[in-house]
Design a protein. Structure first.
Length: 885
């Protein structure tokens, strides 16, 4: 039907919607795909994402068509497996799982073993010949269903299980026999009846619809919303629901369940990687209740672990699994993340998807898959998420630095992180909000911890394997993570922890090495990353496919050098005001601002000239002939003023003006709305001698460097916050005059350009006229966003979260360009500018120049370059290539 698509059991739909992720979700599409290529997939059906949206919009109501579709699809499963739903003699059991368009690990709900009740459990016991298995499955079902669907606190069940084990003198779940599970089921049912005032539902159809509703509802849960916001997933997508015949990994010692990757998701190495458990169900592996075992012999031996790997313990099933790995990689041409179950020696595939991976692994896989002939270079370039490169560009621990190792866990997500220990997610978020570096330390993380994981520099857990939620989510976020540190114990009451015989308290600083699993006391120094190897190879491929140039926003020599190492092809924005804050010259700057007249200002400017000239010389030398855009002074003058009494007193001494006079001048400069006040070119219009000094410094430096190096130095002088043609005309004349004067003095001339920023709506609208004067435009999308939306750059962070949560903005418009609104102005200005001056050079230097989605827009608009902060340069190179492909 249009609402439900079946898969497995020999069906194959012609309707492309049956394999379309937007309709049946990622999990549903891949299950249909796997079944279609003949892999052993238990039969099932998928309810579309459209039904989820309809259900949520219509106030939690199922349509008659959906009910009919589900009934028919259930019939398909019954026929395929030869069992029937609710039949006490031989019951069909199903799993009910969510599956959105993109995977949201652990963010939504799953129910297993659905279809069990007091009667069918007996049938399951008889048919399987295994009473213990049947009652174990039933108690799992009651616990999961009650938690996910009925909203009963899962701790109540966990506590009851602990007590049952204690009463019987057992240590582990595996010690529990059939009668113990049966007794526990009785207690579980009592818990439900007590908590809800009604019995646990025995009607299997009521169970099924309850689970479907819960999956739909989980789309709008708080944790799903937070996850969506962090990962730019739209709330309109909805989730599909997958209902599938159960297969059992907990039918004794010839049964098992596991999670595997076709390549190592942490390093990218071409080696199967995974975890499995004998006689267990899927949840046992990911929940970290039992410690999973290694999949391959090699991995087990490398870790020095004892329990047999699947390769050793179940060679035949493992062999089949390895064949499936190869088949899936060839089919999807990407690394796959797989869930499987072995039921009495027979292998079943429960899920496959493109696996999440660290940036390092993504690079290595992309490069190696090209070498293996699996994909081409362009695909490799498209395969790596530009934002993930960020992980690689940041420092790692200095291998030579001493390490005070407290203990070790699993290397779950690479990278180095130092920070203060914090024991809960809310505190982590609060302290990080104050700018503190924190490490979130938990027994295990649950999806409710996601905001704290995001706020933390790193994550440490006592429990959970490499595929635990903590590990998967941390890798996705690029947070270093050490999981499963079994020597770690936490006392939440005292807010302390013990590890390696040492006691620490919340607030103590530790360092994590996510690549080795080391947990260290104190702060360990770091070293700069290496930009060679796979990174270098992929970047070369990206550069081949890129049309736009990538420049950087930088003004210090260190930043300029770093940006060049990262591949910057020039400077797109040198913010000269940053140079004015330098401690050695701030008093001259203040003297300039507070001067009563032009003569006073000129005296102060004379002190600043040699300093500015030296700044620009250093930049021209480092950039060696690459284009350098220097923006003349922009900020409101009051930003430079002293604030404290001591600062006033110090300044008074330095420039011999009385404190009272200084304070009066400072008061006069006070502005109510400085962002729209006396800043940008308005400073140049009213105090031309400031811009004149800067222009002089630029041209003197350029002449000196050109003379010394013989290289062409082509400065691009940029006028900020222009709204009218006339402003630019006046200031361009000033720059031209100054250039001619310098050239005459130096006895040489050089090429230069004068252009403007487009950062006010009027400038965008009047771009045709402004281009008569300006030789280039650089879109200052920070201010253009601020002024187009009437949204303060400095004050909006407080409420933008609510705007994103409510879907008013998909993303923070200061991070990712508002293409629909602000983008129109950019497009229009580009068109009008080009209409006047065909070869006008167009670039962007707002923060958006380092944001992949905004870069894609710039490519479409035909800009010549983007300019990004140094660490974003590689991201921009890759994003620009992806945009061009
Ligand atoms: C801008 O407004 O986008 C810009 C680059 O200038 P600044 O951020 O310095 O205001
Ligand atoms: Mg600006």
């Amino acid at each position: 039907s249009a609402y439900v698509f079946t898969f497995g059991g020999g069906v194959r739909h012609e309707d492309p919607r049956s394999r379309d992720k937007t309709i049946v979700g990622g999990k549903g599409a891949n299950l249909a795909e796997m079944a279609g290529i003949g892999l052993p997939v238990p039969p099932g059906f998928t309810i579309t994402t459209e039904e989820c949206i309809r259900y949520l919009a219509e106030g939690a109501d199922f349509s008659d068509e959906l009910r009919a579709g589900v009934k028919a699809a259930l019939g398909h499963i019954e026929q395929a497996v030869g069992k029937s739903f609710g039949n006490p003699a031989d019951p069909l059991l199903v799993s009910v799982r969510s599956g959105a368009r993109v995977s949201m690990p652990g963010m939504m709900d799953t129910v297993l073993n659905l279809g069990l009740n007091d009667e069918t459990v007996e049938g399951l016991a008889a048919i399987s010949g295994d009473k213990r298995f049947a009652w174990d499955s039933y108690r799992r079902f009651i616990q999961m269903y009650s938690d996910v669907v009925l909203g009963v606190d899962h701790h109540l069940f966990e506590d009851a299980l602990e007590i049952a084990k204690e009463d019987n003198g057992f240590y582990a779940d595996v010690d529990m026999e059939a009668e113990h599970w049966q007794a526990l089921v009785g207690e579980y049912k009592q818990i439900v009846a007590r908590e809800l005032d009604r019995p646990f539902p025995q009607d299997v159809n009521e169970q099924l619809w309850g689970a479907i509703a819960a999956v739909f509802d989980s789309w709008d849960s708080d944790r799903a919303k937070v996850y969506r916001r962090l990962n730019d997933i739209s709330g309109d997508w909805g989730t599909a629901v997958n209902v599938q015949a159960m297969v059992f990994g907990n039918m004794g010692n010839t049964s098992a369940t596991g999670v595997a990757f076709t390549r190592d998701p942490a390093t990218g190495e071409r080696a199967y990687y995974g975890e499995w458990l004998v006689n267990a169900q899927g949840e046992d592996v990911v929940a970290g209740i039992r410690t999973p075992q290694y999949l391959t012999k090699a991995a087990r031996e490398r870790a020095g672990a004892k329990p047999l790997s699947m390769e050793e313990a179940m060679p035949q099933a493992y062999g089949e699994l390895a064949d499936v790995f190869e088949l899936l990689e060839k089919h999807y041409k990407d690394m796959q993340d797989i869930e499987f179950t072995v039921e009495r020696s027979k292998l079943f595939m429960l899920q496959t998807r493109s696996g999440k991976r660290t940036a390092k692994a993504a690079l290595r896989m992309a490069v190696e898959m090209v070498e293996e002939g699996l994909i081409d270079e362009a695909t490799a370039v498209k395969r790596v998420d530009p934002m993930a490169l960020d992980q690689l560009l940041h420092p790692t621990l200095d291998p030579k630095a001493p390490r005070d190792v407290l203990g070790k866990g699993l290397p779950a997500s690479p990278g180095a992180a130092s920070g203060a220990i914090v024991l809960d997610a809310d505190t982590a978020e609060r302290l990080a909000g104050r700018g503190e570096a924190v490490i979130l330390v938990r027994v295990e993380t649950s999806p409710e911890d996601i905001h704290g994981m995001h706020a933390a520099k790193g994550i440490l857990t006592a429990r959970g394997g490499m595929t635990s939620h903590a590990a998967v989510v941390a890798r996705g976020m690029g947070r270093p993570c050490v999981s499963g540190a079994s020597q770690l114990s936490i006392d939440m009451g005292a807010r302390t922890l013990k590890i390696g015989g040492r006691s620490l308290k919340e607030g103590d600083v530790i360092t994590l090495d996510g690549a080795t699993g080391d947990i260290m006391a104190g702060l360990v120094p770091t070293i700069e990353p290496e930009l060679v190897g796979d990174f270098g190879t992929l970047m070369l491929w990206a550069d081949k496919h890129r049309r736009m140039k990538v420049r950087t926003n930088a003004e210090t020599p260190a930043d300029c050098r770093m940006a060049r190492q990262f591949g910057a092809e020039g400077i797109g924005l040198c913010r000269t005001e940053h140079m004015f804050f330098d401690a050695s010259r701030i008093s001259a700057v203040r003297q300039m601002i507070l001067a009563e007249d032009e003569a006073g200002r000129r005296a102060a400017l004379a002190k600043l000239l040699p300093e500015q000239r030296a700044d620009f010389k250093a930049i021209f030398e480092i950039m060696a002939g690459l284009p350098v855009t220097i923006r003349l002074l922009d900020p409101p003058l009051h930003e430079f003023l002293p604030h404290t009494e001591a600062e006033f007193a110090e300044l008074s001494d330095a420039i011999s003006i009385g404190v009272e006079t200084l304070k009066r001048r400072a008061d006069e400069l006070h502005e109510f709305n400085p962002m729209l006040g006396h800043r940008g070119c308005r400073l140049g219009i009213t105090f031309p001698e400031i811009y004149e000094m800067q222009a002089r410094a630029i041209f003197e430096a350029a002449c000196e460097v050109a003379a010394a190096s013989g290289e062409a130095v082509v400065p691009e002088v940029m006028i900020p916050l222009v709204a009218t043609r006339r402003e630019l005309e006046i200031l361009k004349a000033l720059v031209d005059r100054t250039a001619q004067a310098v050239f005459a003095e130096q006895g040489r001339t050089l090429g230069y350009m004068v252009g403007t920023m487009i950062e006010l709506p009027r400038a965008a609208l009047m771009a045709g006229e402004i281009a008569e004067v300006g030789e280039f435009f650089s879109f200052g999308t920070n201010d253009l966003t601020q002024t187009t939306l009437g949204l303060s750059r400095d004050d909006s962070a407080k409420f933008l979260g609510a705007y994103v949560d409510q879907g008013i903005f998909q993303r923070d418009p200061f991070v990712s360009l508002d293409v629909d609104g602000v983008g129109q102005l950019v497009r229009l200005a580009a068109q009008r500018g080009r209409a006047t001056r065909e070869d006008i050079k167009l670039g962007i230097c707002g923060e958006h120049g380092g944001d992949p989605a905004s870069i894609a827009f710039c490519e479409k608009t035909g800009l010549d370059y983007v300019s990004a902060s140094p660490f974003r340069v590689p991201i921009a190179r890759l994003a620009a290539a992806q945009a061009a492909l």
